[in-house]
Structure formats: structure tokens, C-alpha cells
Write a protein that binds this ligand. Structure first.
Ligand code: MTE
Length: 355
């Protein structure tokens, strides 16, 4: 039976802000509670044209509809700077954060892979403001007792948000350190009553060519929509998270707003963005990059310095930000440094064959 749909303003859980542990220089007075976040999402949804967060701060005191219309028509990537603050405590689990230097916000949000907006690293920042992320819903289907289409507000409501600082290693051999905000995917899946036949979890990104120029391109490599999947034990590992923000703010569109997957021990392409469907299944699901080039991108795609990509080495990586003079090259670690938490999932498997 689907979860009950509630009005967006009712009984939202405000996140407790522990200023001592909040790892940021944002003042508590600047932080908006989760309740306000939801209320503003619904406001922007009524305005009907803007991506979530793109105008959240400036719309807080919005007055006339004329103002809204003109704001909508001038929406551009620079508005992403006005993203709403999103409070979250730093995770108390030591395994969920690293002390490595965090990649600056401007690099995390300007150097992206989001092929729905183009293949150049700067395309997502330039074009993702076109994506309308409010209202948003996610369909949960397949081997679950409570299938249905749920509003994002219903999806998020019971979850306490926490900050986790993870390494992100792209298969292209660059990496970042990102302070994500979100919660464990396992906590989400447990709410929907997976049946014993659920062996894999498949994810799907929004298909909306009107807003995603890469999906309109006749020269694209990907068969849209972008799809990804995990084995059920990978999905249930506590490291696997659903993220709705980064650096103490709502997720920028170019990073996968309003909600994305983050699987830190796998190459970045497994961390699918802007999710609209989650399907539990007993069959191995297709995944976008594996369909595109199966000899180069396997289903598992665990970070592995010992197994090279057919066209380049995976032994090291460029830690962003980099420049010609400062390439910032570091050794790549097995499972991206998370071996202690996840190596047991692959015991007895040949990781060369199961790349
Ligand atoms: N999700 C979708 N829907 N479309 C994409 O093109 N690119 C993937 C992944 N998720 C991608 C996606 C790749 S290749 C990487 S490395 C990461 O997103 C990059 O995430 P970031 O842009 O937030 O760093």
C-alpha cells in the first residue's frame, strides 16, 4: 500500500542543529530548517518554472507574480549561488568522513559529468538550471510490499540528514572530496518492505528532453534515460547514500538535484543523479555505461588501481583542483580507500573479470 501523501507543511521533522559538530562556518541563524526547505520547495513549485533552490533565498519574501515571472525568465546558472542552506550534523560514524582537504565548492559545482546537459565538464553548470526539480516524485516498484509513486517530501520526511565527507573517484582518473548531505539508502529501502526476491536495485534518472539538452542531441552516446544498479548487499551497505545537498546547501542541479545516489567505493558513474525511479528486481539490471561500452565499463566498477581501463591507467588520479603546474596526482586506493567497509562484499570474486 502506498505511503500516505501528506501536505507539504504538515509535521515535517526539523533537523536538530548541533552547532558544535556542524562542520562549517555557516552561522546557525543563516540556516533554514528542513521545514522551511519543504515549504519553499512547494512555493517554487507553485511558481512552476524554476529549478528547486535556484531562487530559494530570493523567493522567500516574494511579492508579486510579475516579479516571479521575470525572475523565472532570467533564471540562469549564477542563481545556483543562491541555494538554500540545509542543516545537517556531521555523521558520528568515523567511516563516513575523511580528514582529507575538501575540494572547493566552486570546483565541485563547475567540473561535472551530467551527460543529460552535454559532454563538456562545464556544460552541466551552464545548462542544468533548466531542470525543474519541484515538484518531484520517485516511483518505487518491483519486489517491494509498498510500491507507489511518492512525492520527494514523503520520501525525505522520516530521514535525519547527516553530513558525510566522501572521496569521489571518476573512472576518468580525477577525484574530489565532497561533503555530501543525505542518509543511507538502506534506511530508505527498508521502509518499502523488500521481498526475498529482491536481488538488485535499479535506478533511473529523469527523462525530460525539453529541459535536458543532452537528451535532445542526435549525437549522444547514451540510450536515455540514464540507468544504474547495485547488488542488494551493495545497496544495503551503510556507506551507500542518497544525497540531497553538499557543502551545507541544497544540491546544485549540476550535481544531481534534487536527489542522487553516492556510492563512494565505485567509479563515479555508478552514482546516478536526479533519480525518479527505484526498482527492486531479481534480474541483473542494465546500466548505461555498460550498455554503451561493455568492454570498458563493467557492472561492478569498483575503484581498482590494479585493473586498468583499456585506454588508460587507473593506478593514480588527479585530485581536483589541478593545473598544469600543479597536477596534484595521488595514488588510487583499492575500493577508493573504503576496503575495510566493503571488501568483504566481493570475497572469492575475481575482480579482474568482475570489473
Ligand atoms: N548521472 C546521470 N544521470 N548522468 C550522468 O551523466 N555521470 C556520472 C555520475 N552520475 C552521470 C550521472 C559520472 S561519470 C560521474 S563521475 C558523476 O556523476 C559525477 O558527479 P559530479 O558531477 O557531482 O562530480
Amino acid at each position: 500500500m502506498p505511503l500516505k501523501t501528506t501536505t507539504k507543511s504538515s509535521s515535517k521533522k526539523a533537523v536538530t542543529i548541533n552547532t558544535k559538530r556542524f562542520d562549517s562556518d555557516i552561522l546557525p541563524s543563516e540556516i533554514t530548517s528542513e521545514t522551511n526547505y519543504f515549504n519553499r520547495r512547494s512555493f517554487i513549485g507553485t511558481a512552476g518554472t524554476l529549478a528547486m533552490g535556484s531562487m530559494l533565498s530570493s523567493c522567500a519574501d516574494a511579492d508579486s507574480s510579475a516579479n516571479k515571472a521575470s525572475a523565472a525568465s532570467t533564471a540562469d546558472a549564477s542563481k545556483q549561488n543562491a541555494l538554500e542552506f540545509l542543516p545537517a550534523n556531521k555523521s558520528i560514524n568515523n567511516g563516513f568522513y575523511t580528514d582529507e582537504v575538501k575540494t572547493p565548492y566552486k570546483d565541485i559545482t563547475a567540473y561535472n559529468n551530467f551527460y543529460e546537459f552535454g559532454t563538456d565538464k562545464s556544460d552541466p553548470q551552464r545548462h542544468a538550471h533548466k531542470l525543474v526539480t519541484d515538484p518531484w516524485s520517485i516511483t518505487i516498484e518491483g519486489e517491494v510490499e509498498k510500491p507507489g509513486t511518492y512525492t520527494l517530501e514523503d520520501i525525505l520526511k522520516p530521514h535525519d540528514l547527516e553530513e558525510r565527507i566522501y572521496r569521489l573517484r571518476c573512472v576518468e582518473a580525477w577525484s574530489m572530496v565532497v561533503p555530501w548531505i543525505g542518509f543511507s539508502l538502506a534506511d530508505l529501502l527498508n521502509r518499502f518492505g523488500m521481498t526475498s526476491r529482491a536481488k538488485y536495485v535499479a535506478f533511473e534518472t529523469l527523462y525530460r528532453p525539453d529541459e535536458m539538452r543532452g537528451q535532445r542531441s542526435r549525437f549522444g552516446t547514451i540510450d536515455w534515460p540514464y540507468v544504474e544498479a547495485l547488488r542488494i548487499d551493495e545497496a544495503m551497505n551503510p556507506l551507500t547514500m542518497m544525497a540531497i545537498g553538499l557543502y551545507g546547501k541544497v544540491m546544485p542541479n549540476q550535481n544531481g538535484a534534487p536527489i542522487r545516489l553516492v556510492v563512494p567505493w565505485k567509479y563515479g558513474f555508478k552514482s546516478i543523479k536526479s533519480i525518479v525511479k527505484i526498482r527492486l528486481t531479481d534480474q541483473l539490471p542494465p546500466t548505461s555505461w555498460n550498455k554503451t561500452a561493455p568492454q570498458e565499463y563493467g557492472f561492478y566498477s569498483n575503484v581498482n588501481p590494479a585493473v586498468n581501463h583499456p585506454r588508460w591507467s587507473q593506478a593514480s588520479e588527479r585530485r581536483l583542483p589541478t593545473s598544469l603546474l600543479k597536477p596534484n596526482r595521488i595514488d588510487t586506493l583499492p575500493f577508493n580507500g573504503y576496503a575495510e567497509q566493503v571488501a568483504h562484499l566481493y570475497k572469492g570474486m575475481d575482480l579482474r573479470r568482475n570489473f
